[in-house]
Design a protein around this ligand. Structure first.
Ligand SMILES: [Zn+2]
Length: 455
């Protein structure tokens, strides 16, 4: 008697628990831009991107990627953005999408994929960022005040959008609000991608497998890590995709084997010439013209190009960048191996000249410091930044402290000098381990005073 009364209740509870687990609903977040503005913005950025990257014109390769892309587009339910798919000659394993639909697939991604479903999975993920409007959502949240004023002023409708956006510091450079996504946006793009490839008949597990493969390679300093710098790993992405798949109607998926078409695409990529280095967004073209020169103190040498000159200790090594603008100047033992096997500066300076998004020294310095500290979580600001004047240009001197890559367990001091110039922003990163700072610091101050810029 009593048992009979308990059983229905147990069943009810079980039913309730099951119903409580609902599939996450994906929809675009709050946004100050209209979908049409996403499209306009994306098309303008696409023009800009295509002058900086090497888009491939191989008809077979383009047709292959477009066939995968269109299959996904056809699987989107309801309103869709006008997606386009292009292949970029770049060995890093990456793909990216601009607001409103332009999509770019790196050759490195196709080379690394085990099957078509993995390429489709990454494209689906990127299409998720576009459909859920993550870029303009993030830009809206970061510029609550300026954007409505620009929309009200009709600025975005009259001329180009990206010029107005650049004035707010929004562009496609490193850590852009449009291209570097939050972890929540990443999870939603994963779920969008998994559902989309399922609708298109690809196995969503392959997206999870591909991320697993990328994660296994991360930290080895290979081209694999590129994807995660714009798409930070939200953690548990494989479990997240698998638990979402419980809600999918079972259907037969296309084979996960390597198809002849993909084999052919990989062969085409292998035969491509190495990509031509084009200046990255924000880079300053090396100007022609006479080199700037400075007064060289006793025991010093000078490093000079058409934009700036600086004196540095006579026993240091100079390594000018191929761009004709950047350089590293290091003490004899100042170059150390970084965690990923790359060369790092333990004692020395890195110089560069960039085109900042803003002409305001404070805004552009903040952006640079943010970029530097995001690249190394150990780095922390040290005291307040100072206003300085170098060669009659306004500048800022910001101190940072981190862990020395040169002396294990020791701290490292860093000065970041930024100077606003008519042709862009100069920056110098002056590094030394704490135990050498007493000698290095006055030397760095002296070097800064020798800086001269083109007029
Ligand atoms: Zn992403």
């Amino acid at each position: 008697m009593q048992i009979r009364r308990i059983i229905p209740q147990l069943v009810l509870t079980a039913g309730f628990l099951f119903a409580a687990e609902k599939q996450r609903v994906l929809k675009p977040g709050w946004n100050l831009f209209s979908p049409d503005q996403d499209i306009k913005m994306g098309q303008e950025y696409a023009q800009q991107i295509e002058t900086q990257t090497q888009v491939i014109n191989d008809p077979a390769l383009n047709a292959y990627v477009n066939r995968i892309g269109q299959r996904l587009v056809n699987a989107i339910e309801g309103q869709k953005f006008p997606f386009t798919f292009k292949v970029v000659n770049d060995p890093s394993i990456n793909a990216f999408a601009l607001p409103g639909g332009p999509m770019y697939v790196h050759t490195g991604l196709i080379a690394a994929a085990d099957n078509e479903a993995q390429i489709a999975g990454v494209l689906g993920h990127e299409m998720g960022h576009v459909m859920l409007r993550h870029g303009t959502n993030q830009a809206s949240k970061a510029n609550l005040i300026q954007i409505p004023a620009m929309i009200a002023g009709g600025l975005f409708d009259k001329g180009g959008m990206i010029g107005s956006l650049a004035q707010m510091g929004i562009g496609l450079g490193a850590n852009s609000v449009l291209m570097k996504f939050s972890r929540t946006a990443e999870t939603d793009a994963d779920l969008f991608g998994a559902r989309l490839v399922h609708n298109a008949g690809y196995n969503p597990v392959e997206l999870a497998r591909f991320f697993e493969k990328l994660e296994a390679e991360t930290g080895k300093g290979s081209a694999m890590t590129q994807f995660f710098s714009d798409h930070p790993n939200p953690g548990n992405r494989i479990t997240t995709i698998q638990s979402d798949m419980k809600f999918y109607k079972a259907k037969p998926y296309e084979t996960s084997a390597l198809t002849p078409e993909l084999t052919q695409a990989k062969a085409t990529i292998k035969k491509l010439p190495a990509p031509v280095k084009k200046p990255a967004a924000g880079a300053v073209q090396a100007p022609t013209g006479p080199a700037v020169s400075t007064t060289v103190p006793n025991g010093f040498k000078q490093h000079q190009n058409a934009l700036y000159a600086i004196a540095y200790p006579g026993d240091w090594n100079a390594k000018p960048g191929q761009d004709g603008v950047s350089a590293s100047l290091t003490a004899a033992d100042g170059v150390v191996k970084g965690a990923n096997g790359q060369d790092d500066i333990g004692h020395g300076i890195l110089l560069n000249f960039v085109k900042p998004n803003s002409n305001d020294i404070n805004t552009s310095t903040d952006e640079l410091i943010k970029g530097i500290t995001q690249g190394d979580p150990n780095l922390k600001p040290y005291g307040a930044a100072q206003n300085v004047k170098i060669d009659n240009y306004v500048g800022k001197l910001t101190a940072l402290q981190g862990q020395s890559g040169m002396r294990k367990g020791e701290k490292e001091n860093i000065y970041v000098l930024t100077v606003m110039h008519t042709k862009g922003m100069f920056y110098g990163i002056f590094v030394a381990p704490e135990s050498r700072w007493q000698v290095a610091e006055p030397e760095y101050q002296q070097m800064m005073q020798t800086l001269r810029f083109s007029r």
